[in-house]
Design a protein around this ligand. Structure first.
Ligand SMILES: Nc1nc2c(c(=O)[nH]1)N[C@H]1C(S)=C(S)[C@@H](COP(=O)(O)OP(=O)(O)OC[C@H]3O[C@@H](n4cnc5c(=O)[nH]c(N)nc54)[C@H](O)[C@@H]3O)O[C@H]1N2
Ligand SMILES: Nc1nc2c(c(=O)[nH]1)N[C@H]1C(S)=C(S)[C@@H](COP(=O)(O)OP(=O)(O)OC[C@H]3O[C@@H](n4cnc5c(=O)[nH]c(N)nc54)[C@H](O)[C@@H]3O)O[C@H]1N2
Ligand code: SF4
Ligand SMILES: [Mo]
Length: 702
């Protein structure tokens, strides 16, 4: 028996915390995890850990996790050999494309696609061969507006300024709850400590959220806002900054500022107050406080991205930072300079080069909004989707009107899922191809080093043996590509394993062979706790990828969207609006099968303000029926003073008791899917991102 201590990052969420994991090897060669702790020597996360990391052991041991490919015959599932499975996928997809055209095969890539580097480097090796325009991903139920705005303003969808949380004096957060989410589009392990430090140095934190969230609860100031109306608050602030002469010059090259000033002239704080419910005085004061701070940053996430004006909101966030001189400035918003630099090595993306067949929604960077997936399957005609490849995703629980998508999936000619769970989505597949578990493969974070609040880098070795006969995600994609290419005659370029691609990226990156750091894979391997490459520094001017090399302050599509915003009727008084929430022991829809994470106080309830309960004659703890345009659910209601009156909250990712789901523990948990209520027609029209927040609902006794 030998015991070894390993260091690697957790890649379950965006915080990429360093872990120290003790593993014991038995005489028979098998391995057992003895403990999982925070890695105090990780220069970035400094020992921080959350309960999900400990559950890595539960993922490893979960009897419901699939370890070999399965094929469905009616309702029964049988093991199938890998080679046979690959041939079957290639045959069915090639046949469907031959009969119905390339677009008849759709692809959906879920959130872990950016948390597992083998999927980053190799999924397109196969999926690209399909040459389909029906590409979808979790991006369009999440951060699509960030990419679109960065593309339009800075010339690259990944050139996203990150809040310099460690050096700011004033942080304005809208629609994000980093104390629970551990940060998003702001990789920030140990955010609680960093927010404490902000306050300790005399800085201020203001949170705008229709719920007094965990983050709002520790802020200096919390403002309730009517869901979906953040653009009004931001416009009112921007208007005040201009009207009161509170803007500051920026050394950045900028085009279009005059057009911005002119375009926002009608949106004064009084008018905007009527839309968002925040008083005009508050809006003006917020603008003044923001401008008065030496260094300030405005940051908004899920709550303001997944609403009908998500892109407008993200544009206004950029503008507030820009006109106050806080864009590309220490203590403001800064772009990273990661060791593997995807901004330098990839093209900036494209927008609206084609549109979805049924609703005419725009593509972005080759993907269509996932809200359109079900209708593309259900609507007959030329170009109808007949087959789906789903990768690391659970769209039945995570995309709007999940029940409709469920019906659509049941009618497909063929579906294959690359996933290690038999869940609400994958159960509709004919084949499930399960990759290795997180600790069985190595990992390098190309996504979240790019979004981190410091420049950091680390290579994460696999710490458990790859089981005999198992395949990594990237190996599954290489095998699928080979099977498909040999059947269709498609050309297949040679490829390298992910670690070799990362080695090349490191060597040619900003800290590579031509720099003093001389980073390579070999160097990172000598530093298992990771390396700190320093704080973020102003670099945007040199990284802009716009055609004229200037920041585009007034992109045409946004100016046009302002008109859409102005024409939108004021929100109806009295309607209940549904928003979402997350819990520290959850991870979207897929980590509910571990006792350690689901135990404890129930957290599935609909939260509602006591006044709203009383008005409906309801009481705390009662069973209620919640109804939206698309569906209804029955759930327990809990009285909560955290909620803004008129707003109710339900977490997403639950509702595992659907027929056929093979998740023994998750199935037994109470809770429903919020996306049985969200509406696939409520979108940010500009990007096509789903408006998952602010859904009008009715609530009555069940
Ligand atoms: N109403 C509402 N809906 C939401 C949200 C919300 O706030 N409110 N949030 C949205 C957001 S931000 C997101 S990102 C999406 C997430 O939406 P999805 O990505 O569709 O769903 P997940 O729950 O992340 O499911 C991940 C799937 O990947 C599998 N998996 C995990 N690791 C791996 C791996 O390494 N390889 C492979 N091949 N499979 C793996 C899991 O078994 C699971 O089936 O949900 C969105 N939906
Ligand atoms: N524990 C845990 N951590 C996670 C995840 C998880 O499922 N569980 N998921 C991960 C993923 S994929 C992502 S993308 C990130 C998301 O990270 P965050 O965006 O930080 O997390 P959310 O909890 O979605 O926070 C959204 C906040 O917006 C508020 N909100 C809703 N509607 C509105 C609105 O109209 N206006 C305003 N101003 N606020 C509104 C909600 O009340 C909520 O507090 O979290 C990641 N981390
Ligand atoms: S916050 Fe938790 S889930 Fe996220 S990386 Fe850190 S330990 Fe993993
Ligand atoms: Mo997400």
């Amino acid at each position: 028996m030998t015991r070894t201590l390993h260091h690697r990052a957790c890649h379950l969420c965006e915080a990429i915390c360093g872990l120290s994991i003790e593993v014991e090897r038995q005489a028979d060669g098998s391995q057992r995890i003895l403990s999982i702790k925070g890695d105090a020597e990780d220069p970035f996360s400094r020992g921080h850990i959350c309960p999900k990391a400990v559950a890595l052991q539960d993922i490893q041991d979960d009897p419901d996790r699939l370890r070999q490919p399965l094929r469905r015959h009616g309702d029964s599932w049988q093991p199938i050999a890998w080679a046979e499975a690959f041939e079957l996928v290639a045959e069915r997809l090639a046949d469907i494309q031959r009969r119905h055209g390339a677009n008849a095969v759709a692809v959906y890539q879920g959130n872990p696609s950016v948390h597992n580097y083998g999927l980053m480097t190799h999924s397109n090796y196969f999926l690209g061969l399909l040459k389909t325009r029906n590409r979808y991903s979790a991006t369009s139920v999440d951060q699509l507006p960030h990419h679109l705005i960065s593309h339009l303003m800075y010339g690259h969808g990944l050139l996203i300024p990150i809040p310099d949380i460690d050096h700011t004096d004033f942080m304005l957060i809208l629609g994000a709850n980093p104390l629970v989410s551990n940060g998003s589009i702001m990789t920030v392990p140990d955010v609680a400590r960093r927010l404490k430090a902000l306050r300790a140095r005399g800085g201020r934190l203001v949170v705008v959220d229709p719920r007094r969230s965990e983050t709002a609860a520790v802020a200096d100031r919390h403002l309730f806002i009517r869901p979906g109306e953040d653009a009004a608050l931001l416009l009112g602030m921007l208007h005040t900054l201009f009207a009161e002469g509170l803007t500051r010059p920026t050394p950045l090259p900028v085009s279009g500022l005059d057009a911005v000033r002119e375009a926002i002239a009608p949106f004064d704080s009084e008018a905007m107050s009527r839309r968002c419910g925040v008083s005009a005085g508050e809006i003006r004061q917020l603008a003044r406080d923001f401008a008065a701070a030496e260094r300030a940053v405005c940051y908004g996430r899920m709550g303001i991205s997944t609403q009908p004006f998500g892109s407008l909101c993200q544009w206004l966030v950029q503008l507030i930072n820009l006109v106050t001189g806080n864009l590309d400035r220490e203590g403001g918003a800064l772009c990273t300079l990661p060791a593997v630099d995807l901004v330098a090595s990839t093209s900036g993306g494209h927008y609206a080069r084609w549109r979805s067949r049924v609703s005419g929604l725009p593509e972005f960077a080759g993907e269509l909004p996932v809200a359109a997936l079900a209708e593309e399957i259900l609507t007959p005609g030329e170009g109808q989707v007949r087959a789906l490849v789903s990768v690391a995703g659970n769209p039945v629980l995570s995309t709007p009107n999940g029940r409709q998508l469920e019906r659509a999936l049941a009618g497909l000619e063929f579906m294959v899922s690359i996933d290690f769970y038999h869940n609400e989505t994958t159960r509709h597949a004919e084949l499930i191809l399960p990759p290795t578990a997180p600790l069985e493969h190595d990992h390098y974070d190309t996504s979240f080093n790019l979004l981190a609040v410091r420049n950091v880098t680390r290579f994460n070795e696999a710490l458990l043996d790859k089981p005999e006969g198992a395949l990594h995600d990237w190996e599954i994609f290489v095998a699928l590509a080979r099977a498909f290419a040999s059947r269709t005659g498609a050309e297949l370029k040679p490829t390298l394993p992910p670690e070799q691609l990362i080695d090349l990226g490191l060597r040619h990156g900003p800290y590579g062979e031509r720099s003093e750091h001389r980073l390579s894979l070999a160097v990172l391997r000598e530093h298992p706790h990771g390396l700190d490459l320093g704080p973020l520094r102003p670099n945007l001017a040199g990284r802009l990828k716009t055609p004229d090399g200037r920041v585009q302050a007034a992109p045409e599509p946004l100016l046009a969207d302002l008109q859409r915003f102005a024409a939108q009727p004021a929100p109806e008084a009295g309607a209940l609006l549904l928003i979402g929430r997350r819990h520290p022991r959850s991870n979207n829809s897929w980590m509910h099968n571990y006792r350690r994470l689901v135990k404890g106080k129930p957290r599935h309830q609909l939260l509602m303000h006591p006044e709203d309960l009383a008005r409906r004659g309801l009481v705390d703890g009662q069973r209620v029926r919640v109804r939206s345009r698309v569906g209804e659910v029955e759930v327990d209601v809990a009285a909560s003073e955290e909620m803004m009156p008129g707003v109710v909250s339900l977490p997403h990712g639950w509702g595992h008791d659907r027929a056929g789901v093979r998740l023994a523990i998750a199935r037994a948990q109470p809770g429903v899917s919020a996306n049985d209520l969200t509406d696939e027609r409520r979108l940010d029209a500009l990007s096509g991102n789903a408006a998952l927040n602010g859904i009008p609902v009715e609530v009555e006794a069940a």
